[in-house]
Design a protein around this ligand. Structure first.
Ligand code: ATP
Ligand code: MG
Length: 248
């Protein structure tokens, strides 16, 4: 049984049109998966649907064989699925430590909460050094580390991360990708990642799902995907269309 299975998932916002249609995919426990595709393909919408932020209109989402489609975000989080959104959504006027405590708000036991906190601070020594610094005064890279650390407070089984390197200096993003690699290899956490920088994304992944126009076009092992002519068509096609639009 796969850890996560989607069958024919369709979703959209409010009363608006469908944004993703008929998406089926499987994620095996312990793997690292990357979702790639052009802007507006529906990548973030897919993760928001799995996280319960928008309900699927059709299809099923199974986590460890149980239907989570249509459940509330806190119930999905409790099941072990966490989501680090593109905008990171930290509490800007709270300290690093307070943000981590908020990440563990579902943990009732104080001792367990302290253990998790120690674990996360051990994983990110920089956060330990800055534990009383206000989140909004940290750099983009530091905020991304805090967002990852906060998600780890619930000991997730599946960590979904939307564009971790967005707006971050290259050296810092290397560090963040190292940490993401570490999540699956050393901690056994399954990772489902969206990354604009396709090369970077597939470097840390074993498998890639390619989305376009709200649906899964194809999937392939990460190490061969860049050579796939369909990838070239997908991105070059968009670039050519954009260039044409600009010149007209
Ligand atoms: N909150 C929302 N309400 C209505 N439409 C939305 C909302 N968020 C996204 N959309 C629309 O859904 C479509 C897919 O957006 P989505 O953010 O899922 O794409 P993406 O693949 O993550 O793109 P990017 O690479 O730019 O992050 C877009 O047309 C977008 O305008
Ligand atoms: Mg997005």
């Amino acid at each position: 049984m796969a850890l996560l299975e989607l069958h024919g998932v369709r979703a959209g916002y409010g009363i608006g049109p469908d944004i993703i249609t008929d998406i089926s995919l499987e994620v095996e426990e312990g793997g690292t998966y990357c979702i790639i595709g052009p802007n507006g393909a529906g990548k973030s919408t897919l993760l928001k649907t799995i996280a319960g932020l928008i309900p699927p209109r059709e299809g099923s989402i199974l986590f460890e064989g149980n239907e989570i489609g249509g459940r509330r975000p806190d119930q999905i989080l409790t099941a072990g699925v966490c989501f680090v959104p593109q905008d990171r959504t930290l509490f800007p006027e709270m300290s690093v430590r307070e943000n981590l405590v908020m990440g563990g708000y579902l943990v009732r036991d104080r001792e367990v909460l302290e253990e998790r906190m120690a674990f996360v601070l051990g994983l990110f020594p920089l956060l330990a050094e800055r534990s009383s610094q206000m989140a909004q005064t940290m750099s983009g890279g530091e905020q991304q580390m805090l967002a990852l650390g906060r998600a780890l407070m619930i000991e997730p089984r599946l960590m979904m991360i939307d564009e971790p390197s967005l707006g971050i200096a290259p050296q810092v993003s290397d560090q963040i990708f190292d940490t993401i690699g570490h999540l699956s290899t050393d901690l056994g956490i399954t990772v489902l990642l969206i990354e604009q920088n396709v090369k970077k994304g597939i470097e840390v992944s074993e498998w890639a799902f390619v989305l376009d126009l709200g649906t899964k076009r194809f999937e392939a092992p990460a190490d061969v995907i860049l050579d796939d002519p369909r990838i070239r068509d997908l991105y070059l096609g968009k670039l050519a269309a954009a260039a044409k639009e600009e010149s007209s």
